[in-house]
Design a protein around this ligand. Sequence first.
Ligand SMILES: *[C@@H]1O[C@H](CO)[C@@H](O)[C@H](O)[C@H]1NC(C)=O
Ligand SMILES: *[C@@H]1O[C@H](CO)[C@@H](O)[C@H](O)[C@H]1NC(C)=O
Length: 388
Amino acid sequence: MRLLTALLGLTALPSALAAFPNVPFKTSKQWFVDSTGANFTYVGVNWPGAGDVMIPEGLQYASIESIVGKIKSLKMNVVRLTFAIEMIDDIKDNGGDVTIKAAFTKALGTKGDTVYQQVFDAVAAELSKQQIYVHLDNHMSKGAWCCGTNDGNAWFGDKYFNTEKWKRGLQYMAEYSKKWSSMVSIGLRNEYRKPDTAGSSLAYNWQVWYDQNVAAANLVNAANPNIIIFFSGLDFDTKLTPIPGAEDLGGGKKFEKSSFKYADKIALELHNYQTSATDCNSVKSGLWNNGFKALDAAAKNQMPVVLTEFGFSQADTTYNSVYASCLRKIIPEWKAGWTVWVIAGSYYIRSGTQDYEEVWGLLNHNWSGWRSTNAVNALKTMVDASFK
Ligand SMILES: *[C@@H]1O[C@H](CO)[C@@H](O)[C@H](O)[C@H]1NC(C)=O
Ligand SMILES: *[C@@H]1O[C@H](CO)[C@@H](O)[C@H](O)[C@H]1NC(C)=O
């Protein structure tokens, strides 16, 4: 880039600008690769924006700049920023973008009305400024704490999970986020799960999973061909079992990477919350067999797999547990990416409780400092191991 800049006689470009963000990304075998051809490993954190208020959390306590600064201080390179489809429904169906209450306007330090999009824009701009990438994640349809089998957001056709509005929302965000300079990827849906009451839901199976996700991915790719699309699995995104081997999904459907016109723009994601595990080998073989084996050269669908959620209480010594130490070891050993749950100290509102204390959050209640220095120090070793 420097050389190119020199050849063109452009000396005014600051080198930081020239070196970041190096987008778009693509995939090659099990790797993500930036626009210079260098490997990129997702090493980051979840920042929830899909709660009832439907804007990124924490802004009543801390500035966007300070929250991003904390993420940066851990040397993380990506944020999984969650959003709710209801936000787009409000924009599309309810006469335009919606004004955030005065409290949030105040938190952002701006005068006048603030709308959802301005908050997401401000978060994305600060992440870019501090050289952190944005991965968007459709977390919920209706803005609320996720995830339960009876929350109406479990599966296609569930009470709040309108399949067409979901596709429209994804398409909208794929298009909208083009202006964010460090936007690199999007997760189609967080944690599919079987609804307690089927209602008007479609059948809960891999064939429906395939049909709906591939249709949505096609729309997202058409809206923004540059971003990588993440497919998440069944049973709270703990299982992508038939995907690495391109097994029969029913109805003659098979997930075949090579059948995608944008085969170098797709990846997989899994979650793991086996916090009471007693045996690392069983966690390891479980994760591998449930989807991480797509990393392997022997997989029919060799592709990147990212552990986009794992986490545990920061209020005790769980950071020393078999579970936490196991993931700290195996994910970097596999050279896979990860985003931990969660950069937060409290939520605006969760499950009906305002100012809800998030003991799993890396931050203390008022988002001013780490909740547990020991837990964060342990996490830093995972960051370091992931960059080796
Ligand atoms: C990416 O990393 C892997 C493992 O370290 C290595 O084998 C591969 O060559 C790397 N690719 C590039 C383009 O650096
Ligand atoms: C935030 O919380 C910390 C730790 O509990 C406390 O020391 C600090 O005074 C609080 N700051 C504000 C502004 O309330």
